[in-house]
Structures are given as structure tokens and as C-alpha cells.
Design a protein around this ligand. Structure first.
Ligand SMILES: Nc1nc2c(ncn2[C@@H]2O[C@H](COP(=O)(O)OP(=O)(O)OP(=O)(O)O)[C@@H](O)[C@H]2O)c(=O)[nH]1
Ligand SMILES: [Mg+2]
Length: 222
């Protein structure tokens, strides 16, 4: 019985997510759902990407957190349009929360929208929000066993960004093991490594995002 209820909730969420996606498509906005553990570096990465993207694409950020406006304040400081969603302690965003956030953005003046999800490697992965692309940020500080231990997250994303490469010399972290886990658990995921702190690899990610948006426009025929 409980499983049936859970399925109904997910089905209802998917329907709202589909409407969000159609709304974003109508405005030509490519949406990326940014997932990952608390502290993986999601906001830091958005801050690092901003200067690389700002000359090329008009973008905004929806920030999802259980409490506080701290991440939205960091995005605001960059002069980037943003909306904070507080989940009231909830461990993930859902499509309905995103509806009201979209109401607060001028979608026609955007090319790209990032949604930073609540930090969590399990709960957010089952909830679509209206995104075209899902990226999970995994920092080397979390240990090299996370892909093997939390497979659903990695199987439900398009991209895996391994962050905090600058910390590698101080940790026992086997990047080769992570790559082989990805190959086994989620072979279709596009994997990138970078340091949001030093900026190493961030330009490559920005170029990749710009390319993905171009593909999206091409497929839509605009
Ligand atoms: N050394 C190092 N620290 C980093 C890097 N990226 C982020 N950090 C640090 O990691 C901490 C958490 O970064 P955030 O960007 O706030 O992490 P987050 O994933 O947005 O966290 P939540 O929103 O709480 O889920 C901060 O102290 C950052 O300065 C990195 O590439 N290298
Ligand atoms: Mg954050």
C-alpha cells in the first residue's frame, strides 16, 4: 500500500515537472538540476561558472535549501537573478515548489536556469523538476566509495562533476576506482573533474554546458 502511495506522489510530481519543462521550453530556457551532498561545492561551482557563462548566456539560479537564504545571497552578490526555495526541512525540491519559483523569474530574458537542489545524495534523485539536464557534484572529500554506495543518484543523472581536485594530495582517494565504479554502475554518465576553488577545469565545464544548450536549441529547431 505504501508503495502505491509513493508511486502516486511521484506520478503527480512528474506531471507538474512536465508542465514546468513545457513552460521553460516555450521561453527557450535550458534548465539544469544540480544535485549532490551537502557541502559538495554546488554553490561554489555556480559562483565559479558565472564569469565563464556571463558573456555567452543569460542565466538565473533557483536555490533549494532546508533553511536560510545563504546560497541565494551568494548568487545575488554576483548580480545573477535568483530565487530561494526553503523546503522547511524537507530533503529535496519537488516540481510544485519550482512552479512558484518560475513565477518569480523573467523567463523570456533567460537562456539558462540552474536549480541547486537540497544537498542530499538520495532523496532528490527521484523528483524531476522540469530540467533538461541533471548533474551531480561529488567532492573528493566525501570519499571514493560514493558511486558504488549510492547508485540510484548516479544512474539518474547525465553528468558527474568530481569537485575539490585541489584536495587530492591530502586524501586517500582513488580516482581510478571512481571511474571504474561509474563505468560499472552508470556507464552513460559524462564524468568531469575540476576544482571550483582554484578554477581548474571550470572553463571546460562551462564550454560543455554551452554546447549542451546549443544541442538543445538544434533539437528544438530554433
Ligand atoms: N578546497 C576546496 N574547497 C571547496 C571547493 N568547492 C567548494 N569548496 C568548499 O566547500 C564548502 C562547501 O561549499 P558549498 O559550495 O557551499 O557547498 P554546497 O554543495 O553548495 O552545499 P549545500 O548548499 O549546503 O548543500 C565551502 O567551504 C567551499 O569553500 C573546491 O573545489 N576545493
Ligand atoms: Mg549550496
Amino acid at each position: 500500500m505504501q508503495i502505491v502511495v509513493a508511486q502516486d506522489i511521484l506520478k503527480a510530481n512528474d506531471q507538474i515537472a512536465q508542465r514546468n519543462l513545457e513552460r521553460l521550453d516555450a521561453a527557450g530556457v535550458y534548465c539544469i538540476n544540480v544535485l549532490g551532498s551537502p557541502g559538495a561545492g554546488k554553490t561554489t561551482l555556480l559562483e565559479a561558472l558565472a564569469p565563464h557563462l556571463s558573456g555567452q548566456l543569460r542565466f538565473a539560479v533557483i536555490e533549494g535549501d532546508p533553511a536560510t537564504t545563504r546560497d541565494a545571497d551568494r548568487i545575488e552578490a554576483l548580480g545573477v537573478p535568483n530565487v530561494q526555495i526553503n523546503t522547511g526541512g524537507g530533503c529535496h525540491l519537488d516540481a510544485n515548489m519550482v512552479v512558484s519559483a518560475l513565477d518569480n523569474l523573467k523567463l523570456e530574458s533567460l537562456d539558462l536556469l540552474f536549480i541547486e537542489n537540497v544537498g542530499n545524495l538520495i532523496c532528490p534523485s527521484g523528483y524531476r523538476l522540469g530540467e533538461r539536464l541533471r548533474a551531480v557534484i561529488l567532492s573528493v572529500a566525501e570519499g571514493d566509495d560514493k558511486v558504488a554506495k549510492y547508485p540510484p543518484m548516479f544512474q539518474r543523472v547525465d553528468a558527474l562533476v568530481v569537485n575539490k581536485l585541489d584536495l587530492l594530495p591530502y586524501l586517500e582517494y582513488d580516482l581510478g576506482k571512481v571511474k571504474s565504479d561509474v563505468k560499472r554502475v552508470a556507464p552513460d554518465v559524462h564524468m568531469m573533474t575540476l576544482s571550483a576553488k582554484t578554477g581548474e577545469g571550470v572553463a571546460n565545464l562551462a564550454d560543455w554546458i554551452v554546447g549542451k544548450r546549443q544541442e538543445y536549441l538544434h533539437v528544438r529547431g530554433s
